[in-house]
Design a protein around this ligand. Structure first.
Ligand code: EPZ
Length: 417
C-alpha cells in the first residue's frame, strides 16, 4: 500500500485551484439516471469516488464517456439494471443515491447497504422514511435495501434529523413522482442546491433548495442538460487551514466564498487574516493564532468535515480550545493518531479539549477517514521531522491531486510504495 511522507517546516505559499465538489458530484452522477436523455457534467473532481460511480454506471449498462478529465457525458438511454454491484457500492457512502435515482426512473432499486468513512453509526432511517412516504415498499434484508413502487406519489415529509443524504435521496425520487412533495427540516448544504439546480436544468420543478423547506412538483419525464458542479468548499477549507497552520500565504482560486463563511469567520476569530474576493480567498497565516471554541452543525454551521483539520490548527493556538462534534458521534477517531504526534487532546463524549501551543513531531499515522487523512497532512506540515501516513486511499477518495497541489504550494510531500 502506498504511503505519504510529509516533512514539516515549510510555510505554504502560492495559489491553488479548487476542484469540483465531491459531495455534489457524487449525487449529480446518480441523478443523471432520472432522464433518458444525454447529460454533460462539467467540473467533476478527478477522484477515486467519482471513478467508482462511473464504474457503477457502466455496470448498469449506462454509457459514460470522459470528454475531458473533468467533463463526463452520460447517456442513460440504455440503462438496463436496478441493482448496482456490491463490490462497487461498498466502496462509497454516496452509492445510496442510486436508491432515489433508480426508484424515480424505474420504480425499483436494490442497493447493498453502502460503505464509506467510519464516523460511528450512520443510519439511513430518514432515507427509508422518505422513500416509503412517497409510496415505496422498502425492505432491508441480507445486506440489501430493496425499494419498489408501482407509482410514486408526492407527500409531505418532515425529517427527524437534518440529513444531507436523505434530503437529496427524497428530492431524486420525488422529481418524477406524481404530484407535490414537501420536505421539511431539509438540509441546506450548497451541495443540495447544486443537485436541485442540475435536476431543474433537466426539467424538474424544485423550489426552496438551500432553505429548510423544499417543494417538488413531480414531472413525467426529464430531458437533456449540461451542468457544472460547484467548487468543493471542503477542499478549499483544507487549503485555508493548511495555509493558516503553516503561517503561510495561500490564494484559493475558483471558490464560492459564501460557502466558506463559517470557516472564514472562525479563522478571523483566531486572528488569522482572510481576504475575500469574488471567486477567490487569500489566507495569511499567523504564527500565534488565538484559541477558539468550535461546535459543528449542519450548514450554515461549522462543517463536521472540517473538524479534524481545525483541530490540528488549534493545537498551535495561544490557549486552550473546546471542540464539540454535534453531527457524527464517532468522529474523533483521528485524536489518538494526533496524540502520537504530540498533540494534547482529551475527549469526553462529543467534546474534545485541545491544548494549544503544542509542539508536534513527525510519526507514522493511519488515515482513519478521508478528512482525518487530510488533517494528518496538515499536522505533518507543521511537525518537526517526517510524518508517514498510511491508508491514504481514504485521502484519494476525495482530494484531487493533493500531492501535486500541496507541492506547488511548497509542501514537502511525496508518495512512496
Ligand atoms: C454527508 O454525509 C457527506 N457525505 C459527509 O461528508 C458529511 O460529513 C455529512 O453529509 C454532513 O455534512 C456525502 O455527501 C457523500 P447526513 P451523509 O445524512 O449524507 C444522521 C466527507 O468527508 N442520520 O447529513 O451521510 C447521521 O447519523 C463525508 O466528505 C440519521 O440519523 O450525512 C448524522 O448524525 C463524510 N438518519 C446526521 O444525521 C439518516 O437517515 C447527518 O448525516 C441519515 C442521517
Amino acid at each position: 500500500m502506498p504511503k505519504l511522507h510529509v516533512t514539516g517546516g515549510t510555510r505554504l505559499s502560492g495559489s491553488v485551484k479548487i476542484s469540483g465538489a465531491k459531495n455534489a458530484a457524487v449525487a449529480v452522477i446518480p441523478a443523471a439516471l432520472l432522464t433518458e436523455a444525454a447529460v454533460r457534467i462539467e467540473n467533476l473532481p478527478n477522484i477515486y469516488d467519482i471513478h467508482v460511480l462511473v464504474k457503477i454506471l457502466h455496470s448498469l449498462g449506462v454509457k459514460a464517456l470522459w470528454e475531458t478529465p473533468s467533463t463526463l457525458l452520460i447517456d442513460p438511454s440504455a440503462l438496463s439494471g436496478w441493482q448496482p454491484p456490491y463490490e462497487l457500492v461498498k466502496k462509497l457512502r454516496a452509492s445510496y443515491y442510486f436508491l432515489g435515482a433508480l426508484l424515480g426512473r424505474y420504480g425499483r432499486a436494490v442497493v447493498p447497504v453502502p460503505g464509506g468513512c467510519d464516523l460511528g453509526p450512520r443510519p439511513i432511517d430518514q432515507h427509508i422514511k422518505g422513500l416509503a412516504a412517497l409510496g415505496a415498499d422498502v425492505a432491508v434484508e441480507h445486506g440489501l435495501i430493496n425499494v419498489s413502487a408501482a407509482k410514486l406519489e408526492g407527500a409531505n415529509i418532515y425529517l427527524d434529523v437534518v440529513s444531507v443524504g436523505a434530503t437529496i435521496n427524497i428530492m431524486l425520487a420525488a422529481a418524477r413522482a406524481h404530484g407535490r412533495t414537501v420536505i421539511e427540516n431539509a438540509a441546506k448544504e450548497p451541495e443540495i442546491v447544486d443537485v436541485a439546480n442540475f435536476l431543474n436544468a433537466m426539467g424538474a420543478k424544485i423550489r426552496g433548495a438551500g432553505t429548510d423547506v423544499i417543494r417538488i412538483t413531480g414531472v413525467k419525464e426529464l430531458g437533456p442538460a449540461c451542468h457544472a458542479v460547484i467548487p468543493d468548499r471542503i477542499e478549499a477549507g483544507t487549503y485555508m487551514i493548511a495555509g493558516a497552520a503553516t503561517g503561510g500565504n495561500v490564494l484559493l482560486q475558483d471558490v464560492i466564498p459564501k460557502h466558506l463563511d463559517p470557516l472564514t469567520a472562525k479563522l478571523r476569530e483566531m486572528n488569522i487574516e482572510v481576504e475575500v474576493a469574488d471567486d477567490s480567498i487569500r489566507v495569511i497565516g499567523n504564527t500565534c493564532p488565538l484559541a477558539a471554541d468550535i461546535k459543528t452543525f449542519p450548514y450554515p454551521g461549522f462543517p463536521t468535515d472540517m473538524q479534524s483539520l481545525a483541530m490540528v490548527l488549534l493545537t498551535q493556538a495561544e490557549g486552550n480550545s473546546i471542540i464539540t462534534e454535534n453531527v457524527f458521534e464517532g468522529r474523533f477517531k483521528h485524536v489518538d493518531e494526533l496524540k502520537r504526534m504530540g498533540a494534547q487532546i482529551k475527549v469526553e463524549g462529543r467534546t474534545a479539549f485541545v491544548t494549544g501551543k503544542t509542539r508536534l513531531s513527525g510519526a507514522p499515522v493511519k488515515a482513519t477517514d478521508l478528512r482525518a487523512g487530510a488533517a494528518f497532512i496538515v499536522a505533518g506540515l507543521i511537525a518537526e521531522g517526517e510524518t508517514v501516513i498510511s491508508e491514504i486511499n481514504h485521502i484519494y477518495r476525495g482530494y484531487e491531486n493533493i500531492c501535486a497541489k500541496m507541492t506547488a504550494l511548497g509542501a514537502q510531500i511525496k508518495e512512496t510504495d
